[in-house]
Ligand binder design. Structure first.
Ligand code: GAR
Length: 212
């Protein structure tokens, strides 16, 4: 049985597209039941619609965080959802939202991708901050979501190099290509065997560092 995904986006949606493409190509045994955005103008919504996925949006402007989440929950309740997949969803989720997606091990069925080797550079500008810091190595983290920003048990991390001649755009493009490959892979591992966490903080799904 394919797993049902609600994909939450705020902007461009390149990760969403990579996930939808993996489903289309049979690399990910999942069904995207809905794509939701807090930004009614998000380009991701048009892209999802064009691919035949139902889209919903509730703008967050003028709503309290609680009211916005109530509307989000009400929206999601109309679709089958096994996992909530954050793909560039730039809103912090409150603990009361998380409680609606309990996983049997006490974690939540909410997955996020972040473009750094967490716990380094959490927040909305990880590529910019890592590049400006002068890191030689950065990476991508996929993790379960908890109450803190870009925080929670790690499902996968993959490092990538920053080369001396890199412009910021080169650096970011290298990271994005890792994101687009890794997110569908991790979701497929969840589709096959559920969420597998090690008893400690160690990543349960580790990929070798790649330099390109
Ligand atoms: C991606 O780089 C994602 O890792 C990042 O936002 C971008 C969304 O791009 N997420 C975060 O920074 C979460 N803190 P996309 O809309 O093209 O997928």
């Amino acid at each position: 049985m394919p797993i049902c995904l609600a994909i939450l986006v705020s902007g461009r949606g390149s990760n969403m597209k990579a996930i939808l493409q993996a489903i289309e190509e049979g690399r990910l045994d999942a069904r995207a039941t809905v794509v939701f955005s807090n930004n009614p103008q998000a380009p991701a919504l048009a892209a999802a619609l064009a691919l035949g996925v139902p889209v919903e949006s509730v703008g967050h402007r003028g709503l309290s965080r609680e009211d916005h989440e109530t509307r989000l929950l009400e929206t999601l309740s109309r679709y089958p959802v096994d996992y909530v997949v954050l793909a560039g969803y730039m809103r912090v989720l409150t603990s009361s939202f998380l409680q609606h997606f309990h996983h049997q091990d006490g974690y939540f069925r909410i997955v996020n991708i972040h473009p750094s080797l967490l716990p380094a550079f959490p927040g909305a500008n990880a590529y910019e901050e890592a590049f400006a810091y002068g890191v030689r190595l950065s990476g991508i983290t996929i993790h379960l979501v908890d109450e803190k920003v870009d925080h929670g048990p790690i499902l996968a991390q993959e490092a990538f190099a920053r080369l001396e001649e890199d412009t910021f755009d080169d650096f970011k493009a290298r990271g994005l290509s890792v994101e687009h490959r890794l997110y569908p892979q991790v979701l497929q591992s969840i589709a096959l065997q559920g969420i597998r966490l090690l008893p400690s903080d160690q990543p349960s799904f580790y990929q070798e560092t790649k330099s390109k």
